[in-house]
Design a protein around this ligand. Structure first.
Ligand code: ZN
Length: 384
């Protein structure tokens, strides 16, 4: 098992964060204390910087570990986010491993000219199996702040990430911000959590909250930047709420008996939980293990019994297993169609609608709803 650097989170915050995580970012004045309301003045930039805490949590690297997802007592002490390393002038660079996490940073720093955001994993890239290249490592080293999704999503990057944290760089495991009680534990994997938290927009706001705090800490001492980040965070939070409602409408338009989502790998557990869909996959929560014949056979039985109308491929996973499910079902006289391509672990091409988190989630919801017989759902939110 790989040990990751962890991020600071205040346990007391957990119950009140969620949707408040972004909107309330400017009012998280001290560790463990959340001042209610979303209209707090952005003057707490410096305070948030202090609260966002512990460089030693990042430096601890391997020691900081996974335990408690940042809820461990050691993660609470607040000592100035970046210590002496805070740069109050000149350019700042954020490097994110996954596009979803990078998209949060991009949204929050829109209009903040001194901050640039780089993302390592492009369209169609599978984070479970991706190995960092030499140029990725150089990118990571060049960042003032490194964000990774975590919860063991980046299966092959653990060592590089831990090393980076040990070198004193601010390295944050964003997934550690999700309260443990809200994480899914996959069947047969008691010691591991499902890392695909972004599939639930509400859980995603925990990530957005922690990235907000980190970006505020990064831009500490730059008042205009801090105010802009706070403003962006509020707007983004509002957009995420709208997205959540739109997805709910699309899923509710699917006839109850057809709310079954079958995909290549088990990335949609949180999505299914939030919107009331049964979720099944050929492969488990990681694509590292090969899919077996038994997995395909299990799904075909399920499709036949439930008359499931469609199955889905994912942009970052080979379509081989899902195509085999379709073929084998047909041999048994059960026609199941290909419902379309979903974005799970990778987003779409940069610069396209699906190249944003909100765009990819909307695409997924519309594709799922249309293929599973959703009535009028697709027209609800306007056309693509
Ligand atoms: Zn995955």
């Amino acid at each position: 098992m790989v040990a990751y650097a962890t991020v600071t989170m205040a346990t007391k915050c957990d119950r009140v964060l969620g949707w408040l995580a972004v909107a309330g970012v400017a009012v998280i004045a001290a560790c463990g204390v959340v001042l209610a309301g979303c209209d707090g003045a952005p003057a707490q930039n410096a305070a948030a910087a202090k609260a966002s805490g512990t460089s030693e949590a990042a430096r601890g690297g391997a020691n900081a570990a996974r335990a408690g997802h940042g809820h461990s007592a050691g993660a609470h002490s607040a000592h100035g986010a970046h210590g002496a390393a805070v740069k109050t002038t000149g350019p700042l660079k954020i490097v994110a491993t996954t596009a979803q996490i990078g998209d949060i940073a991009r949204n929050l720093t829109q209009g903040v000219s001194e901050v640039t955001v780089a993302v390592l994993l492009g369209e169609g890239v599978d984070p479970h199996t991706y190995k960092l290249t030499r140029s990725d490592a150089a990118q990571l080293h060049s960042g003032d702040l490194v964000l990774f999704s975590g919860l063991h999503l980046e299966g092959k990057m653990g060592e590089v990430i831990s090393e980076l944290a040990r070198s004193g760089k601010r390295v944050v495991e964003v997934g550690a911000a999700i309260p443990e009680a809200q994480l899914l534990v996959p069947e047969g994997a008691a010691d591991q959590h499902d890392p695909h938290f972004w599939m639930d927009p509400e859980l995603f706001t925990f990530a957005t909250g922690v990235v907000s705090r980190e970006v505020l800490a990064l831009t500490a001492g730059r008042d205009a930047a801090g105010a802009k980040v706070t403003e962006n965070a509020r707007a983004y939070n509002a957009a995420l709420r709208e997205l959540d409602e739109e997805i709910r409408g699309l899923m509710e338009a699917i006839p109850q008996t057809q709310r079954v989502l079958i995909t290549s790998h088990d990335a949609f557990g949180y999505f299914g939980r939030r919107y009331g869909l049964a979720v099944h996959a050929v492969q488990g929560i990681s694509t590292e293990s090969e899919a077996g014949l038994a997995d395909v056979s299990r799904l075909i039985t399920l499709i036949t019994a439930g008359k499931v109308p469609a199955v889905f491929v994912e942009s970052s996973v080979s379509d081989r297993t899902i195509k085999s499910v379709i073929e084998q079902s047909a041999k048994r006289g059960q026609i199941v169609k290909l419902g379309g391509e979903l974005f799970s672990d990778a987003m779409g091409k940069p610069g396209t609608i699906e190249g944003t988190y909100i765009g990819m989630m909307r695409h997924n919801a519309r594709t799922i709803s249309a293929a599973l017989g959703g009535k009028n759902g697709a027209s609800e939110g306007g056309s693509k």
